[in-house]
Design a protein around this ligand. Sequence first.
Ligand code: G3P
Length: 215
Amino acid sequence: MKIFIDTANIKEIKEAVALGLIDGVTTNPTLIAKENMVAEELLREICALFSGPVSAEVVSLEAEAMIREAEKLSRLAKNIVIKIPLVKEGLKAVRALSTEGIRTNVTLCFSVSQALLAAKAGADYISPFVGRIDDISYEGMDLIRQIKQVYSNYDFKTQIIVASVRNPLHVVEAARIGADIATVPFAVIEQLIKHPLTDLGVARFLEDYKKIPKK
Ligand code: G3P
């Protein structure tokens, strides 16, 4: 499973890239707003950090405007992927952009029907938001299972990005289901690595090492 980092913070991206485990970056207007930088400049800087896909979201609401915005964003760097919200105008834009060869990540997906239509429109990626589904007392990961089944039935090439990840279990479950990608906040990447028994074990080995006679 590929792991993307879900952030627009340069320091976090640099640290995650240095780990050697990061295959892509996803941003959205909320994440970019936290960085207090002109969006285009920030995105250009992120794209220069590594060659994997970097998702940048449009904010227009009509297909024509979304397409123009997407074309402008895609000129920032070769590795930009355009995030388009899963609304009627968005699907029209995805169809047009896929014909132009501009890669899309269809975002704010909350149902199988939406995911099916995004794939039919030619989306490269679909982003179901599991955490926000959990927030309203439904099982976010059930949606991933169902989308995976539908995409396999018809051999759709659209890759599933498990998004709105809030904890390590979301990532583990995504891998068990066979999702293509999980996009993970920096704090959750750190949680994925940590285990108290590993830390305890390292400390104990170091203590015992001190007892070994040295030359
Ligand atoms: O990848 C989408 C993500 O940024 C949304 O996460 O935690 O705001 O639902 P959250």
